[in-house]
Write a protein that binds this ligand. Structure first.
Ligand SMILES: *[C@@H]1O[C@H](CO)[C@@H](O)[C@H](O)[C@H]1NC(C)=O
Ligand SMILES: *[C@@H]1O[C@H](CO)[C@@H](O)[C@H](O)[C@H]1NC(C)=O
Ligand SMILES: *[C@@H]1O[C@H](CO)[C@@H](O)[C@H](O)[C@H]1NC(C)=O
Ligand SMILES: *[C@@H]1O[C@H](CO)[C@@H](O)[C@H](O)[C@H]1NC(C)=O
Length: 428
């Protein structure tokens, strides 16, 4: 890519020119949107029609001068792939801070926890050929009147919901109305918008019996029912209007796999006379079950399937002293060999395409791919590392500190996930 790769501050845009172009684009988008609405009727709109002038204004705008597409012409908005691009310097910084948002939980609160470098906060995800405007909390909340949004999955979804709450609380501060015993499943309500956000704990999405304490130490292998969905989310399915769903790293764990209530194999079980079965197999089988349910259920919320989030441990793993002390993003194409991550992502794409391509079942295109894999992979600098706890080096530099190179600092790279969701909603 010919562009420079600066950890240097962002260059100010040529505001006047880009402003004029943006205005034209907005007008165009708005007119096209209007025409489409007249043609197809309001039901295709994810935002209600009343929100559309602003929603149109919040749409993807083409960025002058940065296009990288082969044809060289101005890329069309509808052709812009929101998931393929690079991180560019962004001097304006994040949409919220450790001081302005009280929904950042301690393990993700890198700034408060004393992470010394801050340059990781000054990047913006820039798809090739278009710009993503920042998340607009007011438009989002106005469009979500009386709606119920669910984030279903593992602790990365918890990470994601904190980002969403931080963004939304700039307009209205939600009230927590439910949590389970362990605070893994939770629910918030925004009274003046009657908008509900649920975080639903279902780390495998399929039914799992986990024998693990708070610190992730297992007393026995996890038992995974590859053909039974986790009741925690399907029991609430009918109440959801929008869903972000994902699964991930838990599939790497040692587990006994069951189908039809019969043990069919095991992944990395020692001293057990069981067929070794790959996590790719269990992942694929589980995803199939999930997509089957989503596409055949008569209840059709808008579903964003969020793709794989990589971890960035170097020189070891979670449990063996691995760290992640990089301070700038990777350049595109320089992520190194990420074979396992790529394998899991490919499984997801294959299974998603099969499910979404089945027009008989996915008849209203309610299933959408939130393909955050590439943009996440490029951010080894966005994890808490040792700063998952408050001032970890207080007891001296030599203290042995476990690093978190899987979850994400907030504010941080995954705030872009919400910016993208906003665009996907507006685009429709
Ligand atoms: C935010 O982080 C800064 C820097 O670590 C710290 O001084 C400040 O107390 C933090 N604010 C809150 C509200 O945690
Ligand atoms: C609030 O939204 C829920 C759906 O999420 C709906 O069932 C309920 O009637 C709404 N309440 C009011 C007061 O409109
Ligand atoms: C392991 O399983 C095989 C096939 O089920 C059986 O023939 C064999 O006896 C078992 N070995 C042990 C040590 O249990
Ligand atoms: C980053 O961590 C590695 C060990 O994983 C260490 O060798 C290196 O010195 C660290 N770099 C910085 C800047 O702390």
């Amino acid at each position: 890519m010919g562009t420079e790769w600066p950890p240097a501050p962002a260059q100010p845009r040529k505001a006047a020119v880009s402003g004029r172009v943006a205005l034209k684009v907005l007008l165009f988008v708005f007119l096209v949107g209007l025409a489409l609405r007249l043609l197809v009727g309001p039901s295709v709109y994810l935002f209600p029609p009343t929100a559309s002038p602003e929603a149109a204004a919040a749409l993807v705008t083409t960025a002058p001068g940065r296009e990288v597409n082969a044809g060289g012409g101005t890329p069309r908005i509808e052709n812009c792939n929101l998931f393929h691009g690079e991180w560019v310097p962004h001097s304006a910084g994040p949409a919220y801070t450790n001081a302005s948002c009280r929904f950042i939980e301690s393990p993700q609160n890198c700034v408060t926890n004393g992470r010394p470098d801050t340059s990781y906060l000054y990047w913006k995800w820039k798809p090739y050929g278009c710009d993503i405007p920042p998340f607009d909390s007011k438009i989002f909340l106005d469009g979500m009147q009386d709606k119920h949004w669910a984030l279903i999955g593992d602790s990365i979804l918890c990470n994601h919901v904190q980002s969403l709450l931080c963004l939304l609380s700039k307009v209205e501060v939600p009230i927590e109305v439910y949590h389970d015993k362990t605070f893994k499943s939770r629910r918030w309500h925004f009274p003046s918008h009657n908008f509900t956000v649920s975080l639903v704990w279902a780390p495998f999405l399929v039914k799992a019996e986990v024998f693990e304490d708070e610190n992730g130490v297992s007393s026995s292998e996890t038992q995974l029912h590859l053909d039974v969905l986790e009741p925690n989310w399907i029991s609430q399915w009918e109440s959801f209007d929008y869903v972000v769903i994902s699964t991930g790293q838990w599939f790497f764990k040692t587990a006994i796999y069951l189908e039809n209530e019969i043990v069919i194999g095991c992944h990395s079980c020692q001293n057990k006379n069981l067929t070794e079965t790959t996590f790719e197999y269990s992942f694929r089988k589980s995803l199939r079950e999930v997509f089957q349910f989503i596409t055949t259920s008569p209840h059709k919320p808008v579903v964003f399937y969020r793709t794989w989030t990589p971890s960035h441990f170097e020189n070891g793993e979670w449990s063996s002293g691995g760290t992640c002390n990089r301070t700038v993003p990777f350049k595109p194409g320089k992520t190194g060999d990420r074979e396992q991550d790529n394998t899991m992502w490919r499984v997801e794409i294959e299974e998603f395409n099969k499910a979404a391509g089945n027009k008989e079942h996915n008849n209203a295109d309610h299933l959408k791919l939130l393909d955050t894999f590439e943009l996440s992979l490029l951010r080894p600098d966005g994890h808490p590392g040792p700063y998952r706890t408050y001032h970890p080096y207080e007891k001296g530099r030599t203290a042995k500190i476990q690093n978190d190179c899987l979850h994400w600092c907030l504010p941080g790279p995954i705030d872009a996930w919400n910016d993208i969701i906003m665009q996907m909603l507006a685009k429709n």
